[in-house]
Design a binder for this molecule. Structure first.
Ligand code: CAO
Length: 554
């Protein structure tokens, strides 16, 4: 067994070619000529092939790094002793020697994954130490984008200060600094795609007594320097890289598609027209996952209709600058995702919306009488907890509303839990945190969760898991205004309740007009699953429950 590094070959003199895609990870078995990563310079994107066959022990670079010729890329364990220089003699005692088949490099890389921040051991416990802050548990194995760098080298940070903002398909989240210190280096760039355990920021922190020193060099960055690898670096030959180089924007049918050669190859193999794939990488670069996702959606019949050629006329591209001054602003990922979800739902679900008014005069009197107690409890009591509770009861009594239809349309899945999503309007777009087991929670518990989740959504601190598992959604525009609106069902849920602004209106009681507080409700439903009668019963029950909240006790 020998450990060898592979470095960047001659890339035609390009300085600072950016790593735009990693094609291997630690632990992978690779073959000779297998692509290791894709580099992109000003002029070309190029796949760097491996000059060795063996097992990848360590990947020494990450997406967003800028590399030049000679920069180490990976450490590979090969079965071939002859090509390798002899291993440096370990200075340690025999019991610290490397066990056969398990290299220190491999162990340290795994250790680094388990911790959000890893520290390079300093022999002097009073001296400042270097800490590599890594991507914490983000609740998904998928790559997420770095959408904002909140600090720069030289900045002093306090514990808890935001370092970077990550954004996945479902949420954006800030990564706080695990301790006070000074930023030495940013290890990612805006737009990079990262996964749990990837290094983000190198910090110099004043030594903290409470922190256990690590076993030594357990961050990928640290171990890259200290790994006892064979120094005989192996360069990949120039020709294959140059031969696979091609302009990022090709001159054929998918001329404007931004994708690397590996992705283009995959697309060709799968017969995918890249021009129809939406890129989720930095600068909308099409990634392998996008191509795979496109194929999956096409196979399950869920591909965007425009993409599978259902014949929908496209909206023409208008040059608005012809009519006056304009400003074009890129949309956030969340915005685009919401748009795609809305369109998917609108196109797949036959929507019907039923309207009604709930007389919440008594509810409002009660709610206002409880305001002081709410303040004492440190929370706010809006109509939302009552709406949640009423919906939970109606969902329990009308199980079809608490169901989803399977993708093939053959079955209904009835859920034996009642988790309700709450649409929250945030500066970066619409988010829908989910309140779990609403049927089992008290009004006070719900009030606290409404406040907490709305705050988290607005501060972009929701975790993906907090936005999953919803059975039904409430979208309240009560504090904003309006008489009514028809919300779009949040598929695969089958119903959504729109709530508009309550107003005092005259209501005829048989003898006279009485001033009553009426709350406009609009219930949209998936007519493939719910019939008008089902919806009528659901809505009527909601109106009854909100009209007399004592009924929520049953
Ligand atoms: N009628 C009249 N007043 C209402 C009301 C209604 N239907 N709903 C809430 N209010 C009042 C509240 O009682 C509160 O006033 P008080 O403090 O005097 O009681 C005030 O409006 C503000 O409430 P809020 O909005 O802070 O709290 P909420 O619990 O009602 O709603 C939340 C929380 C997160 C749902 C809401 O803030 C929000 O973001 N709504 C937007 C949802 C959205 O964008 N939907 C559209 C999705 S489709 O594009």
């Amino acid at each position: 067994m020998a450990k060898q590094q592979i470095t960047v070959p001659d890339i035609g003199g390009a300085e600072g070619a950016e790593v735009i895609e990693l094609l291997v990870a630690a632990g992978d078995q690779i073959e000779l000529e297998q692509g290791l990563l894709v580099l992109e310079s000003d002029k070309a994107s190029m796949e760097i092939p491996s000059t060795l066959a063996g097992k990848v022990l360590q990947v020494l670079v990450k997406v967003g790094d800028e590399l030049a010729e000679g920069h180490p890329i990976v450490v590979v364990e090969t079965g071939d002793e002859t090509e390798a220089e002899p291993e440096p003699e370990p200075e340690s005692s025999p019991d610290t020697a490397e066990p056969e088949g398990e290299s220190p490099a491999r162990e340290t890389a795994q250790g680094a994954k388990a911790e959000p921040a890893s520290e390079q051991a300093s022999p002097d416990s009073g001296a400042p130490s270097e800490v590599t802050v890594e991507v914490p548990d983000i609740g998904t194995e998928d790559a997420v984008d770095v959408i904002e760098l909140c600090v720069k080298p030289g900045d002093e940070v306090a514990e808890g200060d935001s370092l970077v903002v990550l954004e996945s398909d479902k949420a954006s989240m800030e990564v706080p600094s695990p301790r006070a210190g000074k930023v030495i280096r940013m290890l990612v760039k805006e737009g990079a795609a990262v996964r749990e355990g990837d290094p983000l920021v190198l910090l110099e922190s004043a030594r903290d007594e409470s922190v256990e020193p690590s076993s030594g060099g357990d961050s990928p960055a640290a171990s890259a320097e200290s790994t006892p690898v064979n120094e005989a670096a192996v360069q990949a030959p120039a020709t294959p890289a140059a031969a696979t180089s091609q302009p990022a924007a090709r001159d054929s049918d998918d001329a404007l598609v931004y994708a690397g050669p590996a992705v283009r190859k995959l697309a060709r193999e799968l017969g995918v027209d890249l021009a129809k794939v939406t890129g989720s990488g930095p600068r909308e670069r099409v990634l392998k996952e996008d191509v795979q996702g496109f194929v999956q959606r096409a196979l399950s019949g869920k591909a965007p209709v425009a993409a599978v050629g259902a014949g929908l006329p496209t909206v023409p591209d208008v040059d608005f600058s012809a009519f006056g001054a304009i400003e074009t602003v890129p949309r956030t990922k969340l915005d685009k995702l919401t748009a795609a979800n809305m369109q998917r739902s609108w196109l797949n679900v036959p929507h019907v919306t039923q309207f009604d008014d709930a007389d919440i005069t008594d509810l409002e009197a009660f709610r206002k009488s409880m305001k002081e107690e709410a303040e004492q409890r440190g929370t706010r009591l809006t109509p939302m907890p009552f709406l949640l509770k009423a919906c939970a009861t109606a969902l329990r009594d009308n199980p079809k509303f608490n169901a989803s239809v399977t993708a093939d349309g053959e079955n209904l899945v009835y859920k034996h839990y009642v988790h309700i999503g709450m649409a929250v309007d945030t500066p970066v777009g619409l988010m829908v945190p989910v309140i779990r087991d609403v049927d089992r929670k008290s009004i006070w518990e719900l009030a606290e969760e409404v406040v907490e989740l709305a705050e988290k959504a607005r501060e972009r601190k929701l975790k993906p898991a907090e936005m999953q598992g919803g059975c039904f959604t409430i979208s309240s525009l009560g504090n904003i205004g309006g008489n009514g609106f028809s919300p779009i069902v949040n598929t695969p849920e089958v119903g959504i309740l729109g709530v508009s602004r309550a107003a005092v209106k005259p209501v005829w009681d048989g003898k006279a007009f009485q001033p009553r507080t009426l709350l406009p409700l609009s219930l949209s439903y998936d007519h493939r699953v719910i019939n008008g009668g089902d919806a009528g019963r659901f809505c009527t029950q909601l109106v009854t429950l909100l009209g007399d909240i004592r009924r929520l006790l049953f």
